[in-house]
Design a protein around this ligand. Structure first.
Ligand code: PMP
Length: 367
């Protein structure tokens, strides 16, 4: 594929071109069956093979221990904002949960959880989402059923560079926007979930990795399709799963494997994000990333240009020029404004270099 544009979108995001080509090739006739994956029964042996291969690849890439189930669900990351409390809040009698709130997505998750139990934000409310409060200051409740955090805040660009140590508590993590961008020690978690549409595929499927002993504790009001035990017992086929999205995920996972796996994705992510942060830090204040250095995201880099007061003229110029140069979706999230460059796995070093060149050029013209 010879594309004239670079997609820096925050999700749905760029897919590896080889995956798009494979999807195109197989769209009408999947491996000689004469029908498309779009038309295939989810209970057919051919789809079962796709589902199984995808799970095997995911387990291999993240070294998922045997005592964890991998589920492919619908409802997005937002569905899991409810799915997590519905399945886990009843683990302890107090029906309460600890939340670490470091940005828009964990804030939304905490708000949703309030519908089902008591929510304890473990640190004083943050004035702005630009840091992770020091873990030594967290006030964890021993009666909490689980401790929740978001590994990478997609809107605010705040990423945990460590796994919180919560001792024996059940740790739950939203990894929607940095899943498979680095190796992780799954055994430290009770539940991990991630929507596919950033690093591992297209919208429609959400991966849930859940430790087996946490199955079977859902509150009785929990919708059947969100019940981890029922979904695990039916190998994610309680109802029709998002078949095509699972198929695309399988192709992306294969691409990740062929490109060196999670460790390689991490190396590239460090390199790519440093390229942009270096330009920001060496711009004499023209580009400003508000996030504290220790928790800057490798995936989503938010920054402002100039004084960034109100309707910023320079930011407008920057975005217009970027589009002219074929660099798409660099506009910051509507809730925060400014610029945001998302550098998911499929975005190449060469593409990031083009953004670097443009930023340097812009700086030289406007400083
Ligand atoms: N969590 C994070 C970290 C996200 O970035 C997003 C979406 N951008 C969500 C949850 C919500 O995902 P969805 O739109 O799939 O519900």
């Amino acid at each position: 594929i010879n594309r004239q544009v670079i997609n820096f979108g925050a999700g749905p995001a760029k897919l590896p071109p080889s995956v798009l080509l494979e999807t195109q090739k197989e769209l009408i006739d999947y491996k000689g069956l004469g029908i498309s994956v779009l038309e295939m029964s989810h209970r057919s042996s051919d789809f079962t093979k796709i589902l199984n291969t995808t799970e095997v690849l995911l387990r291999e890439l993240l070294d998922v221990p045997q005592n964890y189930k991998v589920l492919f669900l619908q409802g997005g990351g937002s569905g899991q904002f409810s799915g997590v409390p519905l399945n886990l809040i009843g683990l302890k009698e107090a029906k309460c949960a600890d939340y670490i709130v470091t940005g828009a997505w964990s804030a939304k998750a905490a708000k949703e959880a309030e519908k089902y139990g008591k929510v304890n934000i473990v640190h004083p409310k943050l004035g702005s989402y630009t840091e992770i409060p020091d873990p030594s200051s967290w006030n964890l409740n021993p009666e909490a059923s689980y401790v929740y955090y978001c590994a990478n805040e997609t809107v605010h660009g705040v990423e945990f560079q460590f796994v919180p140590n919560v001792e024996e508590a059940v740790l739950v993590c939203d990894m929607s926007s940095n899943f498979l961008s680095r190796p992780i020690d799954i055994s430290k978690f009770g539940v991990i979930f991630a929507g596919a549409q950033k690093n591992i595929g297209c919208a429609g499927v959400t991966v849930v990795i859940v430790r087996e002993d946490l199955l079977g504790h859902a509150v009785k009001e929990c919708p059947t399709i969100l019940d981890y035990k029922i979904q695990a017992g039916n190998a994610s086929l309680y109802n029709t799963p998002p078949c095509f999205s699972i198929y695309v995920m399988g192709l992306v996972l294969e691409w990740i494997k062929n490109n060196g796996g999670a460790a390689s994705m991490e190396k590239l992510s460090i390199l790519k994000s440093e390229m942009i942060y270096n330009v920001i830090d060496q711009s004499n204040g023209l580009f400003v990333c508000p996030v504290e250095k220790s928790c800057r995201s490798r995936m989503n880099i938010p920054f402002r240009i100039g004084s960034a007061k109100g309707d910023n003229v320079l930011e407008k110029q920057f975005l217009e020029k970027a589009v002219q140069l074929g660099m798409l979706s660099l506009k910051g999230h509507r809730s925060v404004g400014g610029i945001r460059a998302s550098l998911y796995n499929a975005v190449t070093i060469e593409e990031v270099q083009k953004l670097v060149d443009f930023m340097i050029d812009f700086k030289e013209t406007h400083q």
